[in-house]
Design a protein around this ligand. Sequence first.
Ligand code: AHR
Length: 339
Amino acid sequence: MTRKMWMRGTVAAVSAAAMLTLAACSSEQAPSGSSEETASGEEEMAEGDDVISIGFSQVGAESGWRAANTKSIQDTLTAENGFDLSFSDAQQKQENQIQAIRSYIAQGVDVIAFSPVVESGWDPVLQEAQAADIPVILTDRAVDSQDDTLYESFIGSDFVLEGEMAGEWAVEQYDGEGYKMVELQGTTGSAPAIDRKEGFAAAIEGSDIEVIDSQTGNFTRTEGKQVMEGFLQKYDDIDLVFAHNDDMGLGAIEAIEAAGMVPGEDIKIITIDAVKDGMQALADGKINYIVECNPLLGPDLAEIAQKVVAGEEVEKRIVVEDLAFDQEAAAEALPDRQY
Ligand code: AHR
């Protein structure tokens, strides 16, 4: 491999003005594509500006990534930055998210934002928000609605591309070895599980990497470990694990070690997220490669919410840029890693 760290993907331009407004009050690093605009700003929100009330329904607290994403949102949508945030945790249940969105509609908030736990089934509640004239912003995960007037903008990573980046690296490293691979999928029906699976499968097509099993570990460390234990009981010839997030990969490490094998050597591991725990395991040689999924979506959400409330045009899709790390690049990046 010639480059230790590489990136692909595009970033829709973000408004420098809005990032400037937020910069003074938020110390975190915005998604890679917008960090420069954020870092340089000094302006503060003008006195007398109206406070924007925003209801945010979060997926849950299933992973290190999710914790970092929640922190980014709560640290950015502050009173200091001109927001009145109502935050709810749906505990990975769609019905809880629908209930939260209905309650934000009843409260008459200025903006509703949410990260949909699964892709399908949102049209009725989004139509209710539209009927109440409350704009909706999607963060992190998409919905599969055919009617894109039901939301103003969708801010998040390209999950298909993340899967492709992981699969391309696997082919580059392991094609020709006859590797047998198991896959730990994210939450069934969620955009990242569907898209990462698709992207990875497309990238390894035509190689001799064989996917011998694929099951959901629901993006959690505990379920990732349990599913990996089952795989290890069922197969004695696993060479490679593709886990749709770091937490499931970390659970797989525990299962592999408990079975008396060496993760990263006897069984290679590729994951997605690049949160600190995952990066540490990568630097320690227990994971072999990680594709990043940037969770710091708070600044972009704040900017889009401000524009929507001001009646300005916003981009329907804002793609966040992601990096990728091998073991050496992880060791270099770890000291400055924020999440
Ligand atoms: O939607 C983003 C995914 O959700 C992250 O990769 C995962 O860690 C989280 O649970």
